[in-house]
Design a protein around this ligand. Sequence first.
Ligand SMILES: Nc1ncnc2c1ncn2[C@@H]1O[C@H](COP(=O)(O)OP(=O)(O)OP(=O)(O)O)[C@@H](O)[C@H]1O
Ligand SMILES: [Mg+2]
Length: 486
Amino acid sequence: MATKITNSDLTPSKIIEYLNRYIIGQDKAKRAVAIALRNRIRRRALPPEISHEIMPKNILMVGPTGVGKTEIARRLATLTDAPFVKVEATKFTEVGYVGRDVETIIRDLTEFAVSMVRKKMLLKVQAPALERAEQRLLDALLPRPEKKFQVHDFMRAFNASLSGEKNQDQEQDQEQASNSEQEAQINPEQDARHERTRERLLKMLRDGKLDSRDIEIDVNDSVTAMPFFASPGMDVMGINITEMLGGIMPKRTKKRHMKVSEALRILQQEEAEKLIDTDAMAKEALDLAQEDGIVFLDEIDKVVVKNGSSHGPDVSREGVQRDLLPIVEGSVVQTRYGPVKTDHILFIAAGAFSGVKPSDLIPELQGRFPIRVELEPLSWENLQQILTEPENSLIKQYEALISTEGTDLIFTKESTEEIARLAHKMNSEMEDIGARRLHTMMEQLLEEISFSVCDMETESVTITPEMVRERLSGLIENSDIRRYLL
Ligand SMILES: Nc1ncnc2c1ncn2[C@@H]1O[C@H](COP(=O)(O)OP(=O)(O)OP(=O)(O)O)[C@@H](O)[C@H]1O
Ligand SMILES: [Mg+2]
């Protein structure tokens, strides 16, 4: 499994080492993002006078379809400790998205940062939260003496488990309980006794002796979602209607039955939430988003207009570029946690640019992506590596799937080479769809086995180069069927 690299470990070579586990080749792109990520950490280490002057060097990744652009973005997301969002530029050409909606990118980034900071803060307050949760649980198990002293009620309820450890104290408790009922008054002695019982109960709780008991507690009713209000447009000003109304309406609690162990867990989370300083959280998150934030703008070529001829849908595409401009150049976006300056956010854009060129982007936007990296088309050797080497490679995925039926699926080196060669051949004779070709070919190759494996008694199936040729070359030679195969 992928181990999460922490910030200090994020050296360019470590980043590349990590990316190499999933992505074959594309060294130039990997180097560019590795350097960009490292530069963020370097900038953070500088005094503010200098660090404010250092603008991120945004990256434009250009390369044919299916060669790993989006895959690099996906892997970066799991690698960095920074707030990261990935959006398709085409999203903003859809009907209903106009003008300032691109600002939602920054709002999403901020939400991400908030959830990162919240998680970190929650972790820090777990110990005090547990103590508070225990106290709340004790209150529920053994209500504090108000007018009426109720220890005996509790004693009755818990007699079974306490009977083993009965001592004088408890017998006294029971004796005097009846007196106290008549008195209907709290006296210091009762108070002390109550405290002792509480302590005993706390010890039992901590020892896990109460874990499997049922209890009824008041828990916060999770904020009822209001789908009726929650249309995407409502977020435009960074206002969350649900939250707004939630603030007006009284907090609702619900009585729920559960085991003591679960109740403790839930109350601990509730208390942890309460212990968080939300102002400090928002401040830290805003800072994190604007200083460390990374935005991956995928499919940027899809909002490019050829030769500047703009009418019809082209207008909206070029509109998206214009909308993006202020964000990429540096502006202030309002979010519900406060304003976010976008000057230092790192933008990585990617596109296949098959019919259009990066120079067809509006000039202002081009200027904001000083680093251009080209991703290479995939050779058949690359395809073979992609098939076998990455930690989540297609071959490993299919082997794992089929193994659940008690059958080992075995690929020889020769057979994976054959698949890669055929994939490459199809890519060069038909449309080049890069590594995506492998997905359709593997599905085709294993269709028969995927279907019949449950009825087979064999312990293993070996895929030979002959099988590959037999199952796939027919498709390659038959142009009619080929049309239906991606
Ligand atoms: N160099 C590579 N190494 C490993 N896997 C790859 C590589 N290139 C592509 N793939 C695999 O092929 C599939 C498509 O790749 P990806 O989504 O990165 O394409 P893309 O470059 O973004 O193409 P498009 O321009 O069409 O968006 C993914 O499943 C990915 O894992
Ligand atoms: Mg892509």
